[in-house]
Design a protein around this ligand. Structure first.
Ligand SMILES: O=C(O)CCC(=O)C(=O)O
Length: 292
């Protein structure tokens, strides 16, 4: 049975580095998908009762992981986690995660607003002096879990331009239509995809009768500050149920450079849970800088 500590293949790494995205069909078993959807429905009902939905019924909740026991386990999901550490390394945590419920949009004559972007906000401007014409560094990636049926177009799925992560700019089309090379990710319930934050992507309008439900878990380096306001209650049952690796991924640390104390002899790295786990399983790889 998969544990999340199986190395991705060189071909999978090449595909991600070439396309900026990989689609993982059937990442969630149907039984697991149902449990996650039920948890999303509970959160949605709670937020509706609190009057915190958008006027059109949309919920875009940041920092959702500690809202349900089911969500905490996603941090190290066996089918997706190998891509996370295999592509980003061990010095990571989740700086940003969101739960999205997107009901059918009301009919509109207006063209949709231009939503194409790379993630990272100032990460796309501040390092420009260093990057020049070179692609900027990845810095973060995101795992998206598809809970509703997005197998047909028009259901509000994420659109991407594969390979566009290596381009620092994207030309806006004169008529506001999608850029050349656009692919709408028509995924089945239970599929997941992992994407490089530089990949140009956009949410689309849900013109169907099916409510879109998705979960996104972003990971970045521990030396980058959190994006979401997710104060962790480390006294409750939810926290007690998390593994040391999951706690690292939730931001547990005393120091961002060298973790759990400052010790410049380097050996402190051994205490970082994800590195320790990879090392004990023989998964560190000196030929890959982020897995050294
Ligand atoms: O909701 C989506 O399909 C896209 C989400 C998005 O833009 C993002 O995760 O940065």
């Amino acid at each position: 049975m998969a544990t999340g500590f199986e190395a991705i293949t060189p071909e999978q790494r090449d595909e991600f580095q070439r396309e900026g995205i990989v689609l993982i069909r059937g990442a969630l078993s149907e039984e697991h998908r149902e449990r996650l959807e039920a948890a999303v429905d509970r959160v949605y009902a709670d937020e509706r009762a609190l009057g915190r939905l958008r006027p059109d019924g949309t919920l875009h909740m940041l920092g959702f992981l500690d809202r349900d026991e089911e969500f905490g386990e996603l941090l190290t999901h066996p089918q997706t986690f190998p891509f996370v550490w295999g592509l980003a390394g061990w010095n990571i945590y989740s700086h940003h995660n969101h739960l999205d419920v997107t009901p059918p949009a009301p009919p509109s004559e207006q063209p949709p607003a231009w939503g194409w972007h790379q993630d990272g906000y100032r990460q796309n401007s501040d390092p420009e002096v260093l990057a020049g014409d070179q692609p900027r560094p990845m810095l973060s990636l995101k795992v998206a879990y598809v809970l509703s049926d997005l197998s047909r177009t028009g259901r509000g799925a994420t659109k991407v331009v594969p390979g566009s992560h290596l381009h620092n700019t994207l030309d806006r089309t004169p008529d506001g239509t999608d850029p050349r090379g656009t692919v709408e990710i028509t995924a089945n319930p239970g599929d997941a995809f992992v994407f490089d934050r530089r990949l140009w992507h956009s949410r689309s309008v849900n013109r169907s009768a099916v409510t879109r439900k998705m979960l996104f878990v972003g990971y970045t380096y521990r030396w980058i500050r959190p994006l979401d306001d997710m104060p962790l209650d480390t006294t409750g049952e939810w926290w007690a149920n998390r593994t040391p690796v999951q706690r690292q991924l939730l931001g547990e640390a005393t120091h961002t450079a060298n973790h759990w104390g400052v010790n410049w002899d380097g050996y402190i790295d051994e205490k970082i849970p994800l590195r320790h786990e990879l090392q004990s399983r023989g998964l560190l790889d000196r030929s890959i800088p982020w897995l050294r």
